[in-house]
Ligand binder design. Structure first.
Ligand SMILES: [Zn+2]
Length: 327
């Protein structure tokens, strides 16, 4: 289950500023790495989260993995200088507490302090989608823009508003719940308990559900995208419904945020132009006096959260954290 990759793991003074240990905790897997202050990833690992074991066991695994990574850095003659952890759900970044998470089961876990106690390194706790957004905005598809909205469309839908490389957190640590914009009043029921949220219409899970409902046969979001491109009428309809709901959500977001670039990531974005081209057209129909944002696919794939966790740690604990020399 566990995979490891050494990229350019360099010994000695080639890595002068040391490395940050970065861990992105997801519902199914953890993406982990050693990241240099210039954003170069020198080592990656993946471990299963096995969330069904309960939050205490997941915390133990996070700390074990972090300890293992610091050991690998030392073994390569590199000094680990800080630890960055990104987790899903509601995160109190100031206190370093994983407040609540549906898929990992965290309830008020003081993860940052636990990590500091175990590793003796300065640590930072961040939110997974905000971390991914920071990485895309600084190092990925949004790097030319100061104002970026990163939208992750997978099982759920969430977003991060990043201005000059810093993600907006909100008063309660809960900004960016893009999936819970109301787009279809009275529509499908959302996991949050309300009907008609964007996530209930346009997430990868929702696309699969809707297709099964109308076609009577199963289909993943990727299959629906493929069948729609091939002209299958039910798939065309389901895909179009999702695209229009996403465009409604993005038009609302743009009215509020006026970003330069929208970076679309997550599983659904793997449909590529089959998503982005119709979405761009649908958004264009919806903007009036607002400026249409550039709509682009995410560039960093599923490593964005891990890179973002590293950037958060570098921001908090010193070092040159970005490659934004052009700014
Ligand atoms: Zn909802």
């Amino acid at each position: 289950m566990t995979e490891q990759h050494d990229r350019t793991i360099q010994h000695g003074n080639a890595t002068g500023g040391g490395v940050v240990v970065a861990i992105d905790v997801g519902g199914t897997g953890m993406k982990c790495g050693l990241v240099r202050p210039d954003g170069v990833v020198v080592h990656t690992e993946r471990h299963p989260t096995e969330a069904a074991r309960g939050p205490a066991a997941v915390v133990d695994t996070i700390l074990d993995v972090a300890e293992g990574l610091t050991g690998k850095a030392h073994g390569a003659g590199i000094t680990p200088v800080a630890l960055g952890i990104a987790v899903p759900g509601v995160v109190d970044e100031a206190r370093g507490v994983a407040v609540w998470s549906a898929n990992v089961g965290f309830r008020d876990v003081p993860l940052r302090d636990l990590a500091v106690a175990r590793l003796g390194l300065p640590a930072t706790l961040g939110h997974d989608v905000r971390a991914g957004g920071i990485a895309e905005a600084r190092l990925g598809a949004g790097r030319e823009a100061g104002h970026v909205l990163f939208v992750a469309i997978g099982t759920g839908i969430a977003a991060a508003h990043v201005v000059d490389g810093v993600a907006y957190i909100g008063a309660h640590g809960a900004a960016g719940e893009f999936g819970h914009i109301l787009v279809r009043p009275g529509g499908p029921r959302c996991g949050c308990g309300r009907s008609g949220c964007l996530e209930a219409v346009a997430s990868a899970a929702a696309v699969g559900r809707r297709y099964r409902e109308l076609a009577g046969t199963p289909g993943t979001a990727a299959e629906v995208a493929e069948r729609a491109a091939a002209g299958e009428p039910v798939a065309v309809r389901v895909w179009q419904e999702a695209v229009e709901a996403l465009a409604d959500g993005l038009a609302t977001a743009q009215a509020l945020l006026d970003v330069a670039t929208v970076v679309v990531g997550g599983g659904l974005a793997q449909a590529g132009v089959r998503l982005l081209d119709p979405l761009r057209a649908a958004l264009r129909e919806r903007v009036t006096f607002h400026r249409e944002p550039r709509l682009v696919a995410a560039a960093l794939g599923d490593e964005a959260g891990c890179l973002g966790a590293a950037l958060l740690a570098l921001d908090a604990h010193g070092g040159v954290s970005t490659t934004m020399e052009a700014r």
